[in-house]
Design a protein. Structure first.
Length: 407
């Protein structure tokens, strides 16, 4: 971070305060001729429970992503998992008082569970699950799409523990016409209007009834960090992470596609048929994003690494493919003209990311890029360039590339 340094002749309080944008409380004690450091950068906005190396995109609401080389761990540490909030954190409350209510026109009854009832009544399961924001990679779209300008790091794969949503739904009882569920959380709308719901999305019943779809209270064996949904959240692996409702307080069982805020319109939806860049697409021509597309990251080395001529380089990373498994993982050092197979592991469980590694030799000194390309079980591969433009900039699964210099 570069420090902004300007020469201050007169250390008047007003001038100094103008310099840092807020009153300097002990300004009168600052020795004459000495200037305040006076530099604040979004990168050092401290998010409770989070590593300060996350890249902060916003502080109200809080949005922060993880630089790819910090995603090198097989299981993403809670402190490094990205944060995407649409509203403000819920008020602090006693988790002992927390309840989750299941209701809705297609639920047989309305039931409220306390956290301890959930924990005692149902079997516990732990899965590693990929959560990726539908807008991850948005910053690459041209013309630009409005929204958080995520680069590569609105993704993570942590270990989540909780009960199966399906066990809870079955306990409540489902009517024959149940087709969808929707969630509600306790976060607060940016307007602070208690009547307004920040976000209430959902998933088809089929996805809700999958074994890996969890109502979770633990992330990596500990309480979920506050910003990631403490004390309870949904975790829906492989689908846009916007379906994984945080601060979960209510689930509605619906007889139609859930219609909460950010289910309709242009939110988390893409044109049903691909469109030319800049096209205005009517709401009725937009389709809800379901399984996320195949994607991968190079997590070692960091882009910009410099290596010695003649040395081979051990590269590694992860690959994932929404509801599917990744079947092939390749890298290229010649801008995609030729590809080398990597060693790709199986996922530890369905919907977890898969680790890959490969040793690469560079033919001579110079600048190179390593490009990484995953292919899913159905044969769909990551594109080398940014894929189909869409109004809100979702689903960019272009190949990740890093720069390497061989000296
Ligand atoms: N209640 C609530 N749930 C939410 C959100 C939110 O703003 N409020 N954001 C969603 C979006 S858009 C994403 S990408 C994920 C992010 O989860 P994370 O912050 O744990 O990474 O949470 C989802 N669940
Ligand atoms: Mo998201």
């Amino acid at each position: 971070m570069s420090k902004r340094r300007t020469f201050i002749k007169k250390s008047s309080l007003a001038l100094l305060s103008g310099f840092v944008g807020t009153p300097i409380i002990f300004a009168k004690n600052l020795p004459k001729g000495m200037e305040p450091l006076g530099y604040f950068d979004d990168d050092v906005f401290i998010i409770p429970g989070k590593d300060e190396r996350l890249t902060v995109l916003n502080d109200r609401p809080i949005n922060a992503e993880t630089p790819p080389h910090l995603l090198d761990e097989e299981v993403t540490s809670s402190s490094l998992h990205f944060v995407r909030n649409n509203g403000l954190l819920p008020k602090k409350s006693d988790p002992k008082q927390w309840t989750l209510t299941i209701e809705g026109e297609s639920a047989e009854r309305s039931v409220s569970y306390s956290l301890s009832e959930l924990k005692n009544k149902f079997d516990h399961y732990t899965y590693q699950l990929v959560l990726e924001c539908g807008g991850n990679g948005r910053s690459e779209f041209n013309p630009p799409a409005k929204g958080n300008q995520w680069t590569l790091g609105a993704v993570g794969c942590s270990k989540w523990t909780g009960v199966r949503l399906k066990d809870v739904l079955n306990d409540v009882g489902l009517k024959n016409d149940a087709v969808y569920i929707g969630y509600y959380g306790k976060d607060i709308h940016l307007s602070q209007n208690p009547e307004k719901v920040v976000i209430s999305r959902g998933i088809p019943l089929k996805k809700a009834m999958e074994e890996e779809t969890l109502i979770a209270w633990e992330m990596n064996g500990e309480d979920i960090p506050e910003v990631n949904g403490f004390p309870l959240r949904l975790v829906v692996g492989g689908w846009p992470a916007s379906t994984s409702g945080k601060w979960l307080s209510r689930i509605v069982v619906r007889n139609k596609v859930h219609d909460g805020p950010k289910m309709g319109g242009q939110s988390y939806r893409v044109p049903c048929e691909s469109v030319a860049p800049n096209t205005k697409v009517e709401d009725e021509d937009m389709c809800i994003i379901e399984s996320m597309p195949v994607k991968s990251l190079i997590t070692y080395p960091k882009s910009g690494a410099i290596i010695r001529e003649g040395k081979s380089l051990e590269l590694r990373g992860h690959a994932w493919a929404g509801d599917l498994e990744v079947s092939k993982m390749e890298v290229s050092i010649d801008f995609g003209a030729t590809w080398n197979q990597t060693v790709l592991q199986k996922p530890v469980n369905r919907l977890a990311w898969q680790h890959w590694k490969v040793s690469v030799q560079f033919p001579q000194k110079g600048y190179y890029e390593v490009w990484a390309k995953a292919t899913d079980l159905k044969g769909a591969a990551q594109p080398m360039v940014v894929p189909g433009w869409n109004p809100r900039g979702y689903l960019n699964n272009a190949c990740h590339r890093i720069a390497i210099k061989v000296l």
